[in-house]
Design a protein around this ligand. Structure first.
Ligand code: GDP
Ligand code: CA
Length: 318
């Protein structure tokens, strides 16, 4: 077969972008990403889309590698002017990054679709994979804490994910309509992958858009997930704590249980091999591997293993 394998990846920010890089590096894969817009918000009058930007900057090679988000070679002159003027500047937005937010906001003002804008930014910055949005409508994650409901960025950036999460809601999600592109990318995929992203903060706002989950369930493609938790710990961010406080097990099994029978196979780390039989009991084929993918070689190796696991018909040995 000469046609490239069509992989559709559901992904949040940093963990999602790590997995996307793995597939983007494979010549025989055509990668389409469905990203998360639940973290979007307005700062200084500009529409900021952090997870989509992390994905775009990562795949274009413009990312700040040490941080894992934002552009490399950034400055903070615009932000310090805003601070001098008395604006709230807890959300870091770099000088180069501001250009993207200005561009996005101006195109929104002109009435362009959010997903067209995201796709054009990615293409212009040199990304060859497709970056799609689950919806063109506004969906925004809100976090219930002891201090009341916070916007996602107030919780995540301003308060550094410190407050205990009592509840989550995704404003706008019940009215949101899936984009035709996202539905088509799921329906025609050879393989659907759920990235090692935060299940409740990054993947849930994608799956919750009407039509997305139903299309995944009826799609011909196998669905493979990767645990964002290793040994019950998030590599970065609050995933383990949020799972616990919302009544889920803070481990690979807890994450897999959220996706449930949508999954055909789920990748867990060697450390978590012991969860294999419980995953199998849920009807999910466990695949034990090295799922820490900080380095380029590890990303590509895991992407290959996911292709093999997803596209093979016979059961994989543990
Ligand atoms: P965010 O939107 O930037 O918070 O990023 P995501 O939701 O896409 O991903 C956050 C999750 O990625 C965290 O729970 C991390 O544990 C997970 N993560 C980050 N790096 C890796 C990695 O190398 N391997 C795995 N398996 N998970 C990772
Ligand atoms: Ca995010």
């Amino acid at each position: 077969m000469s046609a490239r394998t069509k992989v559709t990846l559901l992904a949040g920010g940093v963990g999602g972008a790590r997995m996307a890089e793995g597939f983007a590096g494979l010549d025989d894969v055509a990668l389409t990403i469905i990203g998360n817009v639940g973290d979007d918000d307005v700062f200084h009058g500009l529409w900021v889309s952090p997870d989509i930007d992390t994905m775009t900057y990562t795949l274009s090679g413009l990312i700040n590698r040490t941080q894992g988000w934002g552009l490399s070679d950034e400055g903070d002159r615009a932000l310090s002017t805003l601070r001098t003027l008395g604006a709230d500047t807890w959300m870091f937005l770099g000088d180069r990054d501001f250009g993207v937010h200005i561009y996005r906001t101006e195109r929104l003002r002109r009435g362009d679709r959010r997903s067209d804008i995201a796709a054009d930014i990615a293409t212009q910055l040199g990304v060859t994979s497709r970056i799609l949005l689950p919806t063109d409508d506004r969906v925004q994650t809100r976090v219930h804490t002891d201090a009341g409901w916070l916007s996602f960025q107030e919780y995540f950036v301003r308060d550094r994910s410190r407050p205990d999460v009592r509840g989550l809601r995704y404003d706008g999600i019940t009215e949101a309509r899936a984009t035709a592109e996202a539905i088509a990318a799921l329906a025609t995929a050879d393989l659907i992958v759920i990235a090692p992203s935060n299940p409740l903060l990054s993947i849930a706002p994608i799956l919750g858009v009407d039509g997305i989950q139903a299309t995944i369930r009826s799609a011909a493609a196998p669905v493979v997930g990767i645990s964002p938790l290793i040994g019950g710990k998030a590599l970065k961010g609050p995933a383990d704590r949020v799972l616990t406080s919302l009544g889920h097990r803070p481990d690979a099994l807890g994450v897999a249980s959220i996706y449930g029978d949508m999954l055909d196979a789920f990748f867990v780390d060697h450390t978590d091999a012991g969860l294999g039989s419980e995953l199998a009991r849920l009807g999910i084929r466990p695949v034990v591997s090295d799922i820490l993918i900080a380095e380029p070689a590890a990303k590509a190796r895991l992407a290959r293993e996911i292709l093999r696991a997803g596209l093979s018909t016979e059961a994989q040995p543990l």
